[in-house]
Ligand binder design. Sequence first.
Ligand code: CP3
Length: 343
Amino acid sequence: MPGKRIMLDVLRGEPVFPPPIWMMRQAGRYLPEYRETRKRAGSFLDLCYDPDLAVEVTLQPIARFGFDASILFSDILVVPNALGRDVRFEEGRGPMLTPISASEIAGLTGDLFHVNLEPVYETVRRLRAKLPDETTLIGFCGAPWTVATYMIAGQGTPDQAPARLFAYREPEAFARLLKVLADHSAAYLIRQIEAGADVVQIFDSWSGVLDEPSFQAFCVEPVAEIARQVKAVHPDVPVIGFPKGAGERYRDYRSKTGITGLGLDWTVPLSMAKELQLGGAVQGNLDPLRLVAGGKALADGVDAILRRLGGGPLIFNLGHGITPETPIAHVEAMVKQVRSATR
Ligand code: CP3
């Protein structure tokens, strides 16, 4: 019964205390059982496209910690891959793509898009059937700007200089790339919802490197377009936006994009988070390194978030993904502290 999914209550604007909790990147290398399953898959993308294995790793953190939400195991780069771009993950190097040119952008088509992504939809269907009733299932995609940065540079970079330069030098090709990504990402989220996702999250991990006009054009507008397309078909499904590093621009991000829930990175002051909560649910925003450190650093960070934001609609989370060196005992301590909190 969806009514029991407390994360959905929070996304409707209800304060729930103790708040629902999950972690970005909750299935991953900090878990020994993930590392074991990972060895059985060929490449990382093989793992994303194998419903048996993807279901298994998605469920691992739910079995271990009983989180309130489960996030589909996949990657934001399956979207360019399904658009026919070559994507590889090299051990210790992160993603590697063949950089896309302006002429290749002109020829980009999504003929086999949903066929290529069918294993992901199958994973979502199986997950909804296997998850406990009270666990919210989150589908996701990358925001067009963040996905475009990897498509253009071919790899992660510290400040996304290649994509910023490309956007200034080739504005028409770049606008087409964002449009193709927005349309396909919306269609991808709609299929995830139809397969059983209760909520979808849009990760804009690189929104913090842009100047003001570029932030509006490359981050706000494409995410607004995705939210419009998703809401036109599924008006009741909440959309969480995560514009990491948006700083002051967090203030009008929700109203300008039409998203439902706002994911906060760890640099957002709790005073500002409290104001943002007046507009609806916020999600976050513990520094993932407090979780690595544990002890007082962790307890103080958790306590501050619960005290300042616990009276309004809050989804407790990290301010970015959990890092591989995080001790499992620290995750257990965090969950225990959140779940046993009193007001
Ligand atoms: O949250 C989850 O548990 C669901 C799975 C998930 C992954 N990636 C699995 C993954 C999600 C939601 C993502 C999102 C993602 N992927 C983002 C946005 C969020 C963020 O972290 O900023 C981005 C930018 C990517 C692209 C990506 N994928 C990078 C840069 C890397 C390399 C860095 C790293 O952490 O290794 C990946 C690989 C990746 N995606 C791994 C996992 C579990 C590790 C690969 C492995 O197991 O070898």
